[in-house]
Design a protein around this ligand. Structure first.
Ligand code: DC
Length: 480
C-alpha cells in the first residue's frame, strides 16, 4: 500500500475531481478518479448493448473487456480494449447510466480491488469518489468529504456544461444532480456518506484554491501531529498547557468528585436555573423581538460546545436562554469583583477566566464540565466585534473541544451588534435579534481536526450562516 493515502469523497459537482487533482499535484502524489472507472464500465456496457439491470451480464463486461486507467499529466486517461475513451465517458448518457453500475455489488467489489491495486503501486495517492474513505481505504491517512449547497453545485455544473456547448437549464441540471445524490446515498453497497473520521469541508463559498489550501493545511497539520497551541482559553501559544491538561484528565478523579457533588446539589440548582431562565425569557420578550432557528441541532445530552460569534454583552444570555439544558459560560474574572453580580453570574454556571494569560484552572474546569456531559458556550473571537463582522476565530478552543470529547454546534447571533454596539453604554430596546443554531460537528470528527482547521471551518460556517440570516431578514450582508 502507498505510504500516504488521502481520500476525498463527496456528492456530484462538489469539486472533488479538480481539487483532488490539484492536491495530488501539490503533494507530488498520484491521483485516482474512481468515478472514471464506473463511467468506463458503463460505456463498455452501453457499447455492448447490455441490459443495465442485468448484474451478471454487466459483470461479464468488466471481466471480458480490458480496461486501462492511467494518470498522465494530472489527468486520468481511460481506455477500453486499447481505445482511448477519456472524453467519451464524460458524455451525458454515460453519466445518467452510471448509477446502474454503481449499484451493482459485485462490480463495486471488483472496482474496489482494482483501486487498492492501483494504490499498492504508488508511493503517495489522492483518490476521489463516493466510498473511498468508507469502503476502499478505511485506513487511509487522511479522509476528506467535500460538500456544497445544491444550487451552488448546479451552478458549477452549468458553467462546465456551457463550456462544452450544452444549453441545459439550471432546473434540469439541479434535478439531475438531486437524482444522482439520491441514488448515491441510498444504494445498499458503497453508499455516499462521510467516513466517521472524515474532515468535512463545505466548499459552497470557497474558491478551488481556498479549498486546496485548506486541505493542504490539514495534511501539514496531520504531519506535525497536532501540537496544540494555547495562550488563554482562546489564545494561541501554550504546548505546556496541553501537556498539563492532558495529565490532569488522564486521571479523572477531580471530574468524578465534582460530578458527585453536582448530583447532591442538583435539585435546588435546577429550580433556580429554571427560574433564572424564565426571568431571562421575559426580559428578552419585553425588550427585543427574538427569532430563534435550529434549536433541534443542539444535543439534549452529551458534551457539546456552542461556538458563537460575539456581538454584545447579552450574547451568553441569547445563546443559552432558549435551550433546555443549563449551559456553562466563561466571563473575565474582573466581572466577579462586584459581589452581587459575581454571585449572580456564578449561580447560572459562569466560570471566571483570567485575561491575557494561560488560565489552566479555568481550562481544567471547562474540560471537566464537558467530560461530565454538559454544554459549554464559547466565543472564540475572544472579544466583541467592533463592526458587526465575524473576526477569524482564535484556534485555542479546539483543545478544549478535543479534551472534553465534545461535539461542536455553530451558533450565529445577528442584530445584537446593532442593538448594543461596543461604544454604547446601554442597549436599544425593540431591536430584532436572530439566533441560528447550525448543524453539529460530531465529537469524533472534531477529534481529527487540527485547532487551526476547526477554527477556519467554524469561522467560514458562521460567516455563511450570518450572510444567509441577514439576506433572509432583508439586511445587507457583510463583505468578507
Ligand atoms: O464522480 P463521477 O460523477 O465521475 O462518478 C460517476 C458515477 O460513479 C456516479 O454515478 C457515482 C459513481 N461512483 C461511485 O459509485 N463510487 C465511486 N467511488 C465513484 C463514483
Amino acid at each position: 500500500m502507498a505510504n500516504l493515502v488521502i481520500t476525498i469523497d463527496g456528492p456530484a459537482a462538489s469539486g472533488k475531481s479538480t481539487i483532488a487533482r490539484m492536491l495530488a499535484e501539490r503533494l507530488g502524489a498520484s491521483f485516482l478518479d474512481t468515478g472514471a472507472m464506473y463511467r468506463a464500465v458503463t460505456l463498455a456496457a452501453m457499447q455492448a448493448g447490455v441490459d443495465m439491470s442485468d448484474e451478471e451480464k454487466l459483470l461479464g463486461i468488466l471481466e471480458t473487456k480490458k480496461f486501462q486507467f492511467a494518470a498522465k499529466e494530472g489527468k486520468m486517461t481511460v481506455s477500453i480494449d486499447g481505445v482511448d475513451v477519456t472524453e467519451q465517458i464524460r458524455r451525458q448518457e454515460v453519466t445518467a447510466n452510471a448509477r446502474h453500475i454503481a449499484s451493482a455489488a459485485k462490480i463495486r467489489e471488483k472496482l474496489v480491488q482494482m483501486q487498492r491495486q492501483f494504490a499498492a503501486n504508488e508511493e503517495k495517492i489522492v483518490t476521489e469518489g463516493r466510498d473511498q474513505g468508507t469502503a476502499a481505504f478505511p485506513n487511509a491517512d487522511i479522509k476528506f468529504f467535500l460538500d456544497a449547497d445544491i444550487t451552488e453545485r448546479a451552478k458549477r455544473r452549468k458553467a462546465e456544461l456551457q463550456s462544452k456547448g450544452s444549453s441545459e437549464s439550471m432546473e434540469q441540471i439541479q434535478r439531475a444532480i438531486e437524482e444522482r445524490d439520491k441514488s448515491d446515498e441510498s444504494r445498499a453497497v458503497g453508499p455516499l456518506r462521510p467516513a466517521d473520521d472524515a474532515i468535512v469541508v463545505d466548499t459552497t463559498d470557497l474558491t478551488i484554491e481556498q479549498v486546496v489550501e485548506k486541505l493542504l493545511c490539514c495534511v501539514e497539520e496531520k504531519k506535525r501531529k497536532s501540537t496544540a497551541v494555547l495562550r488563554t482559553p482562546y489564545g494561541e501559544n501554550a504546548k505546556s498547557a496541553e501537556k498539563e491538561i492532558g495529565s490532569c484528565f488522564r486521571r479523572n478523579d477531580n471530574v468524578k468528585n465534582s460530578a458527585d457533588s453536582a448530583v447532591k446539589s442538583k435539585k435546588p440548582k435546577m429550580r433556580w436555573f429554571r427560574f433564572a431562565r424564565w426571568c431571562c425569557k421575559i426580559f428578552c420578550r419585553v425588550f427585543f423581538r427574538m427569532r430563534v432557528y435550529g434549536r433541534e441541532n443542539v444535543p439534549d445530552k452529551g458534551a457539546f460546545v456552542l461556538v458563537s460569534n460575539h456581538q454584545s454583552f447579552l450574547d451568553p444570555l441569547f445563546c443559552g436562554v432558549y435551550l433546555k439544558m443549563p449551559m456553562y459560560f466563561l466571563a473575565r474574572d474582573t466581572l466577579f469583583a462586584n459581589r452581587f453580580f459575581g454571585w449572580l453570574i456564578s449561580s447560572v454556571n459562569t466560570i471566571p477566566v483570567k485575561r491575557g494569560e494561560a488560565d489552566l484552572s479555568a481550562m481544567k474546569k471547562i474540560i471537566g464540565k464537558l467530560k461530565e456531559g454538559n454544554g459549554v458556550c464559547l466565543f472564540p473571537e475572544a472579544t466583541r466585534t467592533s463592526d458587526g463582522k465575524i473576526a477569524p476565530f482564535k484556534p485555542g478552543f479546539g483543545l478544549l473541544c478535543r479534551r472534553g470529547e465534545a461535539a461542536v454546534v455553530p451558533v450565529v447571533i445577528d442584530g445584537a451588534f446593532e442593538c448594543w454596539p461596543r461604544h454604547k453604554k446601554i442597549f436599544s430596546p425593540g431591536s430584532e435579534i436572530t439566533i441560528c443554531y447550525g448543524k453539529a460537528i460530531p465529537a469524533e470528527q472534531v477529534k481529527n481536526m487540527s485547532d487551526r482547521t476547526l477554527a477556519e471551518v467554524l469561522t467560514d460556517t458562521l460567516r455563511r450562516m450570518q450572510t444567509k440570516s441577514r439576506i433572509k431578514h432583508g439586511k445587507k450582508p457583510y463583505n468578507y
